[in-house]
Write a protein that binds this ligand. Structure first.
Ligand SMILES: Nc1nc2c(ncn2[C@@H]2O[C@H](COP(=O)(O)OP(=O)(O)OP(=O)(O)O)[C@@H](O)[C@H]2O)c(=O)[nH]1
Ligand SMILES: [Mg+2]
Length: 428
């Protein structure tokens, strides 16, 4: 099965989407379905119809009720849809049972996201990370699936990791996972070396983070005059890009653009993309980019917050950038006020596409970095303070390290914001 054959087929695919909000706590089912629609289009699907059902107690065998399932089967047949997308996690057996009834391929949101990632991975590292996520997703789903999978042909959600897809032998998959992990480890090592080289000339790094499609790459291009791909498709960026720029004060900084976040991000993806997200963990300053024109930007921000927390990057100096203000009605736009840096949530309003507010943003970045100058200090940290040591490891340059009676004595250079958090261990 070749990539181009899959692409041609995907293009012709019609999709019936049945939505059941998995975590309707903050995203309404409508918003959730909107997002599923964008994801489907980003994967190259054409949407042929949508159905939704609220159900307090999901059916363990088929998730939705028999009646609804028949309804989907009928609707799918009438529009010749060959793929049904569910906005809900499906167990392997639910997926199988439903496929039997609807006579079309059934995939869930996680599989759809994995598929988009597989399409967009350009670098070796990105491809390896996606393959790892796919293998780990596939592993519990192997049982009884072998024959069917080999008969599926191309299409969304079948873009498995090459030949491995057809090898139902668990052991071979385990072996492949080990191999891919090793390869990722190699890439990581190279990346760490590159970083070390970069950091030997101390330059602050500014990482752009945010929900997928918030406009990170557009802003990155505007700030660094680079030319990375920006696109209305979700997850256009997978591979981190780093580029230098000069701030108004003539201070040199490195900006890094990375993969976007999404609600309910498949866990296999978060862990597979750890190496990529290290750029965020090491950043001096985080620019949290939000789409000001999105009706659900607050919910999206909450999701970003939780991923930052998971990466232990939520305490880093941060500037909030509300992007796409050109899309807001004039009245609303006039009422926007950038907030002061002294605020906990300093916010700047910009339009990366129209070049509005960028000089203010650059000034603010300059000011934050000025206030967060690194200082060289001597620290005495009890060895049991693992978290503190890890924070230093991630955010400081360490010049020397000695172990004495359960205490680590270190000479390190770290930004003021980090040192404030370890005041009790600073000796001089
Ligand atoms: N109107 C308007 N559109 C914008 C602005 N900034 C970005 N966009 C559009 O928003 C879409 C997404 O932009 P990207 O820069 O690719 O977003 P991203 O955050 O990098 O997305 P991923 O890499 O997919 O996570 C593109 O179609 C951009 O042209 C803006 O200021 N105004
Ligand atoms: Mg991008």
């Amino acid at each position: 099965m070749t990539q181009s054959a899959q692409a041609a087929r995907d293009h012709a695919t019609s999709v019936g989407a049945a939505a059941l909000p998995a975590d309707a706590v903050d995203f309404s089912s409508e918003e959730s379905l909107d997002e599923l629609r964008s994801l489907a289009t980003s994967a190259g699907a054409e949407i042929a119809g949508e159905l939704s059902q609220r159900k307090d107690r999901p059916d363990p065998a088929t998730l939705i009720g028999q009646g609804k399932l028949q309804e989907i089967a009928g609707a799918a047949a009438s529009v010749a849809a060959d793929l049904i997308l569910f906005d809900h996690d499906l167990s392997p057996s639910q997926q199988r049972n439903m496929e039997r009834v609807v006579k079309a391929r059934v995939i869930d949101r996680t599989q759809l996201i994995l598929d988009i990632f597989a399409r967009h991975a350009r670098t070796r590292e990105g491809q390896l990370q996606v393959e790892l996520a796919q293998l780990e997703y596939m592993l519990p789903r192997l049982a009884g699936r072998g024959v069917e999978m080999s008969q599926l042909g191309g299409g969304i959600g079948t873009r498995g990791p090459g030949e491995t897809q057809l090898e139902t032998d668990r052991r071979r998959i385990y072996r492949r996972i080990r191999h891919v992990k090793q390869q990722i480890e190699n890439v990581r090592r190279i990346r760490a070396q590159q970083r070390q080289r970069r950091e030997s000339v101390p330059v602050a790094t500014v990482a752009l983070v945010g929900y997928t499609n918030a406009g990170k790459s557009t802003l990155f291009n505007a700030l660094t005059k680079a030319n990375v791909v920006a696109s209305p498709r979700m997850f256009a960026t997978l591979d981190p890009t780093i580029r230098g720029a000069e701030l108004p004060s003539k201070r040199k900084v490195l900006f890094s653009d990375t993969v976007g976040f999404i609600r309910h991000l498949p866990h296999t993806l978060v862990s597979a993309f750890r190496a990529t997200l290290e750029e965020v963990q090491r950043a001096t300053l985080i620019l949290q980019v939000s789409d000001a024109s999105s009706p659900i930007s607050a919910e999206q921000d909450a999701q970003v917050e939780s991923v930052l927390k998971e990466l232990e990057a939520d305490k880093k100096p941060r500037l909030r950038v509300m992007n796409k203000i050109d899309l807001l009605p004039p009245k609303q736009r006039e009422s926007l006020r950038d907030t002061d840096l002294r605020d906990k949530d300093a916010t700047i309003h910009v339009s990366a596409a129209k070049g509005i507010g960028l000089s203010t943003l650059l000034d603010r970045i300059d000011a934050v970095l000025e206030a967060d100058r690194p200082a060289r200090v001597l620290l005495r940290i009890p060895q049991k303070e693992g978290k503190t040591l890890a924070q230093l490891q991630a955010g400081a340059r360490i010049y020397s390290r000695q172990y004495l009676d359960g205490v680590v004595v270190m000479e390190a250079e770290a930004p003021a914001s980090l040192l404030r958090r370890m005041r009790e261990w600073v000796v001089e």
